[in-house]
Design a protein around this ligand. Structure first.
Ligand code: ADP
Ligand code: MG
Length: 379
């Protein structure tokens, strides 16, 4: 079962898994409510998130927004109040504590902000510990393997020191070697560079890039925006909710609060290959953003026949022209034929206009795109 975890995104196996609706990680409708004497606090409000094999995902957001709570659902450190967490086909939220620790040891490398090395064990013993626990490597191999991992993070020379005798940056590198001890397919890191200077943070980040380069998957919480930009995807968490990433890409001038409000309003729609999404002559009812696959914008030719004027992909929007001018649709847009079902999210007419009223910068951007499309199709 774990074989496919190691394949790079884009390989045919990953493609088949995606087509069947399978993701490496699938968090479905997660609600997490903490109960305390002071009352209940809902830290995650119906959050859904998928991560595919080979992705490097950065989770960003303000302090207290729910980032740690979110990744603790994946590691099984904490459990959802309601919702499901499926990782590599395993329903993590249903595992007993005993099953959880075996599963975690074999499948996840976990890195925390405060390293959490055992103070009484030497550096190399810290790295051997997960191997001793999971029995994936023979006892006779473990020390040598730990030394190879320490070499990879440039810490082999400190192998016999206690954690207290090395710097914070060095401790974090040891923690990374420890996280990789059982060669897990997935690395989960909670602010791994939060206590490091920027040079050390960059070095740690480089190790992560190498890890992803070997076909592995990383989910990393960070509030370093420069590092987040170098990940393959950012997920924004705000007040226990996740901003729709395609919305953030399509309308980048929206504030975080606006992104959250609009995310709540989006309707998700699925179209089969070749199926029309908007029809020429139709009424200006919705604004659309492509969230999966490609769509084709089709213009009728003067002599009959049709012309594909444009292909739009994930994070592109359409349908703005008719809404801005309050006229009927000028073109037909349909799901492309070549790539399975297409997903879009839609905002209705009223919500779209309220959004533009709320963000003048977005109005300017969307109007500019509409004008460019109009002049291109008039040629
Ligand atoms: N064990 C807990 N009991 C009660 N509230 C908690 C607990 N853990 C976290 N919270 C609250 O949940 C919210 C999200 O916390 P957290 O996920 O740690 O945020 P982040 O990692 O984004 O800083 C915060 O308001 C925090 O105070
Ligand atoms: Mg946190």
């Amino acid at each position: 079962m774990f074989g496919r975890w190691f394949r790079r995104k884009g390989s045919s196996a990953a493609g088949e898994a995606a087509a069947a609706g399978e993701h490496l990680m699938d968090l479905r409708n997660i609600v997490k409510t903490y109960q305390s004497a002071a009352g209940n606090f809902t830290a995650l409000k119906n959050v859904s998130l998928t991560v595919d094999s080979g992705e490097f995902v950065a989770i960003i957001g303000k302090s207290g927004s729910g980032k740690s709570t979110l990744i603790n659902m994946v590691t099984g450190i904490d459990r959802p109040t309601t919702g499901e967490v499926i990782v590599g086909g395993t329903p993590v939220h249903t595992l007993s504590e005993g099953q959880m620790s075996v599963w975690r040891g074999r499948n996840l490398g976990i890195i925390f902000q405060f390293f959490q090395l055992l103070p009484s064990l030497s550096v190399v013993e810290n790295v051997m510990l997960p191997m001793d626990f999971c029995h994936m490597y023979k006892p006779s191999e473990r020390r040598e393997r730990a030394m190879i991992l320490l070499e990879q993070v440039d810490m082999a020379e400190q192998a016999n020191k206690l954690p207290s005798a090395i710097s914070g940056g060095q401790q974090q590198r040891v923690a990374i070697a420890r996280a990789m001890a059982n060669d897990p397919p997935i690395l989960i890191a909670d602010e791994p560079t939060g206590n490091l200077d920027s040079k050390t943070a960059t070095a740690v980040f480089k190790l992560f890039e190498d890890f992803v380069g070997r076909g592995k998957t990383i989910v990393m919480v960070t509030h370093d925006n420069d590092l987040a930009r170098r990940a393959s995807r950012s997920v924004i968490v705000s007040d226990g909710e996740i901003v729709n990433q395609y919305l953030a890409h399509a309308l980048p001038k929206l504030s975080l609060d606006q992104l959250i409000t609009v995310t709540r309003q989006l309707d998700r729609l699925i179209f089969q290959p070749g199926q029309p999404i908007v029809q020429k002559g139709g009424s200006p009812d919705y604004f659309y953003i492509v969230t999966k696959g490609k769509v084709e914008v089709i213009i009728d030719q003067p002599g009959g026949g049709e012309l594909i004027a444009e292909h739009l992909g994930e994070g592109d929007y359409f349908g703005e022209l008719a809404l801005l001018s309050d006229t009927s649709r000028r073109a037909t847009v349909r799901a492309a034929h070549d790539n399975g079902a297409v997903e879009v999210v839609a905002l209705d007419h009223t919500e779209f206009h309220a959004l533009l009223d709320d963000s003048e910068a977005t109005r300017l951007d969307v109007t500019r795109v509409a004008e460019q499309r109009l002049s291109a199709s008039a040629v």
